[in-house]
Ligand binder design. Structure first.
Ligand SMILES: [Zn+2]
Ligand SMILES: [Zn+2]
Length: 347
C-alpha cells in the first residue's frame, strides 16, 4: 500500500510502498478514505519542535474510512462499518480512560507521532479507537471532526462550560478558531469577538458569524475587545500558544471569566496581579484534545443539519501528493481551515 512517511523533520514526506499492516488481537484494519492535516503535523514534520517516537513513521491522526478486517477473535460484525479514528490509541484501563478522557491516557500513542498514522491506504488500530460515523456524515468531514472540530468543542463546552448568552473571545482564527466561532454560535454565545493578526482570517470570522473582529496589532487590544463585547469576556479561548496571547486573553476577562488555553508552546505565561485575579474569581484552564463523546455529539449535530462544515475543507490532495498538501498548510498556516488528503478509496 501507499503511505506518506516522515523520515526527518524539515525533509519532504516520502510517499512509498509499505506492507499493509496486520490487525493484531483487539485491532481492526481500516481502509482510510480521508485524512486531515493540522498544525500538529507542521510541528512534527516541518518545524521538528515536537518529536516523533521513531522514524520513518506514517503521519496522520485525523482520519475516517471503512473497517475491512478485524484481528483474531475480533467482532466480525464491525467489518464494513464506516468509522472515524480517535486521534490516539489509548490503553482503556487507566483512570483517565475509565473516565472517558482518553486524550489524557497515561500511555496514549498518538497516530503519526507514537505509532503509524492514517496518511496511508490502510491503518491498523485498536478497536477502542473506532468512532462510528453516521451515514449522513461524509468521510472528509468525519475525519476533520475528530481533532479540528472536537478540540475547540471540548474547550468551549467541557472545559470552559460556555453557556447561552455568554460573551466569548476567540484568540487565533485559523482552523480551530474558525470552528470555534461556528460552535460558539451553535451553543448560543453572544457576542462573539474574533481576534487575529491576519486580515483575511478576520474577514472569514465575520462571515462565519463573529460579531466583531479585532486586530491584536492595535494599541489597546483589551479595550477594543471589551468595547466589542460590552464588557469583560465570560470566556476567552486561546488557540495560539504564545504567552502574549494568553496574557492578552486573560486581560479581556470580566468577573468569573474563564480563559481556556488550547495553544501549546514552550514559553511561560503569567497571571495578573492576584488581587485582581482572585477578586474577580477568574480561571485559567488548559484543554487538551477531546473526548470520544465530543466527536459523537458533533456527528449527531452534523447529521441533523445543525452544523455545516462543508466550507471547512480548503483544499484536497491525493495521497501521492501528501507532501504538497503539507507544504500548502505550512505556506498558508493560520489561513487555511483544513486540508484533507484523499487516499483513493471509492466511496
Ligand atoms: Zn491535529
Ligand atoms: Zn489509558
Amino acid at each position: 500500500m501507499l503511505a506518506a512517511r516522515l523520515v526527518a523533520a524539515g525533509e519532504p514526506l516520502r510517499v512509498e510502498e509499505v506492507p499493509v499492516p496486520e490487525p493484531g488481537p483487539g485491532e481492526a484494519l481500516v481502509r482510510v478514505h480521508a485524512c486531515g492535516l493540522c498544525g500538529t503535523d507542521l510541528h512534527l514534520a516541518v518545524d521538528g519542535d515536537i518529536p516523533v517516537e521513531r522514524t520513518p513513521i506514517t503521519l496522520g491522526h485525523e482520519a475516517a474510512g471503512v473497517v475491512v478486517a478485524v484481528g483474531r477473535d475480533g467482532d466480525r460484525d464491525a467489518e464494513g462499518g464506516r468509522v472515524a479514528l480517535f486521534p490516539a490509541a489509548s490503553c482503556g484501563r487507566c483512570r483517565f480512560c475509565l473516565a472517558g478522557r482518553e486524550a489524557l491516557c497515561d500511555s496514549a500513542k498518538v497516530y503519526g507521532m507514537a505509532r503509524d498514522g492514517a496518511l496511508a491506504e490502510y491503518v491498523a488500530v485498536p478497536t477502542r479507537s473506532l468512532l462510528p460515523l453516521p451515514d449522513g456524515v461524509p468521510f472528509d468531514v468525519g475525519a476533520i471532526v475528530t481533532d479540528g472540530v472536537a478540540t475547540p468543542f471540548h474547550a468551549l463546552r467541557s472545559r470552559g462550560r460556555l453557556q447561552a448568552g455568554e460573551s466569548v473571545g476567540i484568540f487565533g482564527c485559523g482552523g480551530l478558531g474558525t470552528h470555534a466561532i461556528a460552535l460558539a454560535r451553535l451553543i448560543g454565545a453572544a457576542p462573539i469577538v474574533a481576534v487575529d493578526v491576519d486580515a483575511r482570517a478576520r474577514e472569514r470570522a465575520l462571515e462565519l458569524g463573529a460579531d466583531a473582529a479585532i486586530d491584536p496589532g492595535g494599541a489597546d487590544v483589551a479595550g477594543a475587545v471589551r468595547a466589542a463585547a460590552g464588557g469583560g469576556l465570560d470566556l476567552a479561548l486561546e488557540l495560539v500558544g504564545r504567552p502574549e496571547t494568553v496574557e492578552g486573553a486573560i486581560r479581556c476577562l470580566g468577573k468569573r471569566g474563564r480563559a481556556v488555553v488550547v495553544g501549546v508552546g514552550p514559553a511561560r505565561a503569567s497571571l495578573p496581579p492576584l488581587v485582581a485575579f482572585v477578586g474577580r474569581e477568574q480561571a485559567v484552564l488548559g484543554s487538551f484534545g477531546a473526548d470520544r463523546g465530543d466527536s459523537a455529539d458533533l456527528y449527531a449535530l452534523i447529521a441533523a443539519g445543525r452544523l455545516d462544515l462543508g466550507g471547512s475543507i480548503s483544499a484536497r490532495y491525493p495521497l501521492a501528493e501528501a507532501d504538497a498538501a503539507l507544504r500548502h498548510l505550512a505556506r498558508d498556516r493560520g489561513r487555511v481551515v483544513r486540508i484533507v488528503v484523499e487516499t483513493g478509496a471509492e466511496t
